[in-house]
Design a protein around this ligand. Sequence first.
Ligand code: ADP
Ligand code: MG
Length: 342
Amino acid sequence: MSESIRFNRVSVAFSNQGKTFTAVDKVTLAVNKGEFFGIIGPSGAGKSTLVRTVNLLQRPTSGNVYIDGQDVTSYKGRELSALRLRIGMIFQHFNLVRNSTVADNVAFALLASGTQKAKIRPRVLELLKLTGLSDKADLYPAALSGGQKQRVAIARALANNPEILLCDEATSALDPENTADVIAALRDIKAQYPLTVLFITHQEQVARSLFDRIAVMERGRIVEQGTAYEIFAHPQSKAAQDLIARSHGTEIPKEVAASLQDLLVITFREEHAYDALIAETSRKFGTDLSIIAGRIDYIQGKPLGTLVVSLGGLDPKKRVQVLAFIAERAWIQPYKKEEFDV
Ligand code: ADP
Ligand code: MG
């Protein structure tokens, strides 16, 4: 698999009144061609700063950025303009021109890059088709939902056939329904167009359904990376655990959780269907686990089961045996009551 983007020991330091602050700290990371790569992490971790080094909106203080194998770190002038045409970008705010139609909003990007007049309209229609907006060409942004507006921004970002799309919290201002709409559009595009996507988000919904791989950033550094499935099945870093805690989807009311003893979250990987494991545990140990909540997600098409069980009332010796038995087949963590404030 060839690399689309490579960060090689990229650091970005900001100086302010004689003090230096390192926002990105020697990040080395590779994103493969055609991959949808997610970056998650707390606010202030340096995610936006890192992503902005890809199109040199932010120049690294040290280290190098490679695009398609070429070191672009010191590109300037015409070389830099040409590079930026190969890299589209979308943000939380759509930045559409209110007094222009959807078609014209997309056409601006083609005009700006010097596309021949005669080629603009057909290309705009092609882009609107790709983003599922064919019937919206002559509407104004005000008539669109948030998800549709972001799809216009995607069409505009893809106008000049970039090989990379950078998305900085592109769905963070949207509700779950509109977020799902944008996710669906990007997945459609992935199936039709060879695009590498580098996407910053704090939305578990996006991470779960869009990414092939995920890197977790904390205080300027990459602290964990893996396939989306690995990160969800066994998150190592606090940032990844926090993201996924939001996806247990167990929605146990606080008072109910408080009333239950010894609550555990069990995450089952693909090879262990959870119904079988629970039945087996009951049979083997002659005890029923109280299942409080559960669900199965599909991440990259593979099932990942999550159960919340209560072991309250189990005698301590048996509890140890039951946990050891389950731990061979699943990942167990304590249920964090304070995180589920519903
Ligand atoms: P994230 O996107 O993960 O929330 P950012 O990359 O925006 O984080 O910012 C990382 C850190 O760098 C923050 O502490 C932020 O205040 C600081 N920072 C970002 N841009 C600048 C800048 N232009 N000047 C000074 N500090 C900055
Ligand atoms: Mg940011």
